[in-house]
Design a protein around this ligand. Sequence first.
Ligand SMILES: [Zn+2]
Length: 239
Amino acid sequence: MKRSLALQSELVSLVALPSSNLGTLLTSSTFRLAVSLRLGAACVTPHRCHCGAQVTKFGTHGLSCTKSAGRSARHASLNDILRRALVSAGTPSVLEPTGLARDDGKRPDGMTLVPWKLGRPLVWDATCVDTLAPSHLPGTSARASAAAEAAEQLKRRKYAAIDTGCMFEPFGVETLGPWGQGAHGIFTELAKRLIDASGDQKAGAYLAQRIGIAVQRGNAASLLGTLPAGSDLGSIFYL
Ligand SMILES: [Zn+2]
């Protein structure tokens, strides 16, 4: 149920032109893992994650394991894509801007160096949460994008006290594809500006594909990140 709801989300797609120039070319192993995770097919021999948890043949534990190395790569990749797209759209931006720390000292992921809307620069914080994580299943079983939107609300609360001269927006996406409203809002405006700047009507679609592919790559890396050091991949993967 939760898988089918997530898959019905409008921006969910593995349909992307496999192009190294567009950054949408997947390795065959990443593609096979992405398809298995998407379909809920067995893809890995059950094993113990280095965090101590048991990984089933479906491999989904890695998508939400806080010890998996793939999570930070997925997060960094999303932010890099957003920053590059903003720059391409004529909006210079930086990652981890100084001077905008939250109460706990953490900095937002990025900020535009020129006004974004209503004369205020955009400050964003990206997050990718797992549609299938046990803590998110009650929400995602009932409504697509429930986990992304809950994560975005949490970000909004954490950044509520940020400089009012800025416009804060979370960019929340899920491992199985759905996006939160903040992500939709940033994407819609950014896609429009990319099309204006490049004259290419597909510029927005390419951006959506790059984001989707980054999530898929991150998912595969997260699954690989559950393997104990020195594992023989050939004997662990069914694929
Ligand atoms: Zn783990």
